[in-house]
Ligand binder design. Structure first.
Ligand code: DQA
Length: 145
């Protein structure tokens, strides 16, 4: 299985950014645990981060034929981006929405995800473990294909 893990804006700051909400784990730490878990199951990982909406759109488009599952933490674009939503539905690659924090327990503007309806499912609220839980979810959906 080929797993594409995409991280949106400000996630490069994990570890120093609002640690009371997002914890002290860095994105590099998350990448390592995703690679370890995926590796144990024979899955390949392509792990990326961008602060640019258009770059994320391009990467989602390019996933067609190159990735079996996308794990996407779209950061703040989750709540604003019709372009990301259209890219996910357009590419047809099963996508799992991931968040460290429980977006439903935070400010009202975070309760709405514009991408949720075009994703297979959403994993949020488990801190860095949301990513490894999402790896398990992707293994489960790709084995059912
Ligand atoms: C986030 C939640 C978003 O609301 C926020 O804008 C982020 C991080 C999370 O992982 O909890 O940047 O996606």
């Amino acid at each position: 299985m080929k797993l594409l893990v995409l991280n949106g804006p400000n996630l490069n700051l994990l570890g120093q950014r609002e640690p009371d909400i997002y914890g002290r784990t860095t994105l590099a730490d998350i990448e390592q645990s995703v690679r370890e878990l995926a590796g144990k199951h024979g899955a390949e990982v392509d792990f990326r981060q961008s602060n640019l909406e258009g770059e994320l759109v391009t990467w989602i488009q390019e996933a067609r034929g190159n990735a079996d599952v996308i794990l996407l933490n779209a950061g703040a674009y989750t709540h604003t981006s019709v372009a990301l939503r259209d890219a996910i539905s357009g590419t047809g690659v099963p996508t799992i929405e991931v968040h460290l924090s429980n977006i439903h327990a935070r400010e009202e503007f975070r309760h709405k995800s514009l991408i949720a309806a075009v994703c297979k499912g959403q994993i949020c609220g488990f801190g860095a473990a949301s990513y490894t839980l999402a790896v398990h979810a992707s293994l489960s959906i790709s084995s059912k294909k």
